[in-house]
Design a protein around this ligand. Structure first.
Ligand code: ADP
Ligand code: MG
Length: 174
Protein backbone atom coordinates (compact mmCIF):
# COMPACT_ATOMS: atom_id res chain seq x y z
CA UNK A 1 0.00 0.00 0.00
CA UNK A 2 1.29 3.44 -0.81
CA UNK A 3 0.65 5.84 1.98
CA UNK A 4 1.54 9.25 3.26
CA UNK A 5 4.67 9.51 5.36
CA UNK A 6 4.48 12.25 8.01
CA UNK A 7 7.67 13.65 9.52
CA UNK A 8 7.11 15.06 13.00
CA UNK A 9 9.50 16.64 15.48
CA UNK A 10 10.59 19.99 16.81
CA UNK A 11 12.14 22.79 14.77
CA UNK A 12 15.59 21.75 13.62
CA UNK A 13 14.95 18.01 13.90
CA UNK A 14 15.42 17.59 10.16
CA UNK A 15 11.85 17.14 8.96
CA UNK A 16 12.50 19.14 5.79
CA UNK A 17 16.01 17.83 5.13
CA UNK A 18 15.17 14.18 5.72
CA UNK A 19 11.69 14.41 4.23
CA UNK A 20 13.10 15.75 0.96
CA UNK A 21 15.82 13.11 0.75
CA UNK A 22 13.34 10.35 1.60
CA UNK A 23 10.89 11.54 -1.05
CA UNK A 24 13.68 11.57 -3.59
CA UNK A 25 14.72 8.03 -2.68
CA UNK A 26 11.14 6.77 -2.92
CA UNK A 27 10.18 8.94 -5.90
CA UNK A 28 7.40 10.36 -3.78
CA UNK A 29 6.13 13.92 -3.76
CA UNK A 30 7.52 16.10 -0.96
CA UNK A 31 5.45 18.77 0.79
CA UNK A 32 6.34 21.03 3.67
CA UNK A 33 3.15 22.26 5.35
CA UNK A 34 4.79 25.55 6.43
CA UNK A 35 5.87 26.24 2.86
CA UNK A 36 2.51 25.10 1.49
CA UNK A 37 0.76 27.58 3.78
CA UNK A 38 3.14 30.37 2.84
CA UNK A 39 2.44 29.75 -0.83
CA UNK A 40 -1.31 29.24 -0.65
CA UNK A 41 -1.93 32.04 1.85
CA UNK A 42 0.68 34.38 0.38
CA UNK A 43 2.15 35.18 3.76
CA UNK A 44 4.97 33.98 5.99
CA UNK A 45 4.36 32.10 9.23
CA UNK A 46 5.36 35.23 11.14
CA UNK A 47 2.85 37.38 9.22
CA UNK A 48 0.13 34.80 9.69
CA UNK A 49 0.74 34.61 13.43
CA UNK A 50 0.84 38.39 13.69
CA UNK A 51 -2.46 38.63 11.83
CA UNK A 52 -4.43 35.70 13.20
CA UNK A 53 -2.58 34.64 16.33
CA UNK A 54 -1.28 31.14 17.04
CA UNK A 55 -4.84 29.74 17.17
CA UNK A 56 -5.54 31.01 13.68
CA UNK A 57 -2.24 29.63 12.51
CA UNK A 58 -2.97 26.21 14.05
CA UNK A 59 -6.38 26.07 12.39
CA UNK A 60 -4.87 26.81 8.99
CA UNK A 61 -2.13 24.29 9.68
CA UNK A 62 -4.74 21.55 10.27
CA UNK A 63 -6.44 22.41 7.01
CA UNK A 64 -3.11 22.39 5.18
CA UNK A 65 -2.21 19.00 6.67
CA UNK A 66 -5.41 17.47 5.36
CA UNK A 67 -5.10 19.16 1.98
CA UNK A 68 -1.60 17.89 1.24
CA UNK A 69 -2.19 14.33 2.44
CA UNK A 70 -2.12 11.97 -0.53
CA UNK A 71 -0.62 8.68 -1.61
CA UNK A 72 3.09 8.61 -2.39
CA UNK A 73 3.72 11.81 -0.49
CA UNK A 74 6.19 12.70 2.24
CA UNK A 75 4.84 15.50 4.43
CA UNK A 76 7.12 17.59 6.65
CA UNK A 77 4.75 18.90 9.32
CA UNK A 78 5.11 22.02 11.41
CA UNK A 79 6.77 21.38 14.78
CA UNK A 80 3.55 22.19 16.64
CA UNK A 81 1.17 20.20 14.45
CA UNK A 82 1.06 17.46 17.09
CA UNK A 83 -0.51 19.83 19.62
CA UNK A 84 -3.87 19.21 17.99
CA UNK A 85 -5.44 15.88 18.85
CA UNK A 86 -7.31 15.98 15.56
CA UNK A 87 -4.00 16.26 13.72
CA UNK A 88 -2.53 13.36 15.70
CA UNK A 89 -5.49 11.12 14.97
CA UNK A 90 -5.49 12.19 11.32
CA UNK A 91 -1.81 11.42 10.82
CA UNK A 92 -1.95 8.07 12.57
CA UNK A 93 -4.96 7.02 10.49
CA UNK A 94 -3.77 8.24 7.12
CA UNK A 95 -0.13 7.37 7.15
CA UNK A 96 3.09 6.35 8.69
CA UNK A 97 4.32 8.82 11.30
CA UNK A 98 8.05 9.21 11.92
CA UNK A 99 9.28 11.20 14.93
CA UNK A 100 12.75 12.67 14.41
CA UNK A 101 14.09 12.93 17.93
CA UNK A 102 16.97 15.08 19.13
CA UNK A 103 17.92 16.87 22.34
CA UNK A 104 17.23 20.55 22.99
CA UNK A 105 20.96 21.24 22.73
CA UNK A 106 21.24 19.68 19.30
CA UNK A 107 18.09 21.42 18.07
CA UNK A 108 19.18 24.81 19.39
CA UNK A 109 22.62 24.40 17.86
CA UNK A 110 21.13 23.68 14.46
CA UNK A 111 18.64 26.54 14.64
CA UNK A 112 21.35 29.02 15.63
CA UNK A 113 23.09 28.16 12.36
CA UNK A 114 19.98 28.18 10.22
CA UNK A 115 18.81 31.67 9.26
CA UNK A 116 15.81 30.29 7.37
CA UNK A 117 14.19 29.09 10.55
CA UNK A 118 14.33 32.47 12.23
CA UNK A 119 11.25 33.25 10.14
CA UNK A 120 9.18 31.52 12.75
CA UNK A 121 8.60 33.81 15.71
CA UNK A 122 9.85 32.70 19.09
CA UNK A 123 7.09 31.11 21.13
CA UNK A 124 8.25 32.66 24.37
CA UNK A 125 10.95 35.25 23.75
CA UNK A 126 13.41 33.11 25.75
CA UNK A 127 16.89 32.04 24.62
CA UNK A 128 16.69 29.31 22.03
CA UNK A 129 18.03 26.43 24.19
CA UNK A 130 15.53 27.17 26.94
CA UNK A 131 12.77 27.49 24.42
CA UNK A 132 13.65 24.10 22.94
CA UNK A 133 13.71 22.56 26.44
CA UNK A 134 10.23 23.95 27.09
CA UNK A 135 8.97 22.84 23.70
CA UNK A 136 10.26 19.29 24.17
CA UNK A 137 8.94 19.10 27.71
CA UNK A 138 5.45 20.00 26.54
CA UNK A 139 5.51 18.00 23.30
CA UNK A 140 7.70 14.94 23.83
CA UNK A 141 4.76 12.80 24.98
CA UNK A 142 2.69 13.94 22.00
CA UNK A 143 5.46 13.17 19.50
CA UNK A 144 5.86 9.74 21.10
CA UNK A 145 2.11 9.15 21.08
CA UNK A 146 1.58 10.01 17.43
CA UNK A 147 4.70 8.28 16.09
CA UNK A 148 4.69 4.82 14.62
CA UNK A 149 8.48 4.99 14.75
CA UNK A 150 10.88 7.13 16.80
CA UNK A 151 14.23 7.76 15.11
CA UNK A 152 17.48 9.20 16.38
CA UNK A 153 17.71 12.47 14.46
CA UNK A 154 21.32 13.06 15.46
CA UNK A 155 22.46 10.45 12.96
CA UNK A 156 23.45 11.73 9.54
CA UNK A 157 20.56 12.44 7.15
CA UNK A 158 21.72 9.52 4.99
CA UNK A 159 21.55 7.14 7.96
CA UNK A 160 18.10 8.37 8.99
CA UNK A 161 16.77 7.98 5.44
CA UNK A 162 18.28 4.50 5.23
CA UNK A 163 16.57 3.58 8.49
CA UNK A 164 13.18 4.78 7.23
CA UNK A 165 13.60 2.85 3.97
CA UNK A 166 14.32 -0.25 6.07
CA UNK A 167 11.16 0.35 8.12
CA UNK A 168 9.12 0.66 4.93
CA UNK A 169 10.49 -2.53 3.46
CA UNK A 170 9.86 -4.35 6.76
CA UNK A 171 6.24 -3.15 6.71
CA UNK A 172 5.71 -4.51 3.20
CA UNK A 173 6.56 -8.07 4.14
CA UNK A 174 4.32 -8.09 7.22
P1 ADP B 1 13.05 21.04 10.40
O1 ADP B 1 12.41 21.02 9.05
O2 ADP B 1 12.66 19.85 11.24
O3 ADP B 1 12.85 22.32 11.14
P2 ADP B 1 15.49 21.16 8.90
O4 ADP B 1 15.42 20.00 7.96
O5 ADP B 1 15.17 22.50 8.36
O6 ADP B 1 14.63 20.87 10.21
O7 ADP B 1 16.95 21.15 9.52
C1 ADP B 1 17.40 22.20 10.38
C2 ADP B 1 18.89 22.37 10.24
O8 ADP B 1 19.56 21.21 10.72
C3 ADP B 1 19.35 22.54 8.80
O9 ADP B 1 20.43 23.43 8.77
C4 ADP B 1 19.81 21.15 8.39
O10 ADP B 1 20.81 21.18 7.42
C5 ADP B 1 20.33 20.60 9.70
N1 ADP B 1 20.09 19.13 9.82
C6 ADP B 1 18.94 18.49 9.61
N2 ADP B 1 19.06 17.17 9.83
C7 ADP B 1 20.35 16.97 10.20
C8 ADP B 1 21.10 15.81 10.58
N3 ADP B 1 20.55 14.58 10.64
N4 ADP B 1 22.39 15.98 10.91
C9 ADP B 1 22.94 17.21 10.89
N5 ADP B 1 22.30 18.35 10.54
C10 ADP B 1 21.00 18.24 10.19
MG1 MG C 1 11.20 22.35 8.11
Amino acid sequence: MTQTIFMVGARGAGKTTIGKALAQALRYRFIDTDLFMQQTLQSSVAELVAREGWDGFRLRESMALQTVTAAKTVVATGGGAVLSQDNRIFMRNYGLVIYLRASANVLAGRLAEDPEDTQRPSLTGKPIVEEMLDVLASREALYQEVAHHVLDATQSPEEVVEHILQILSDEKVK
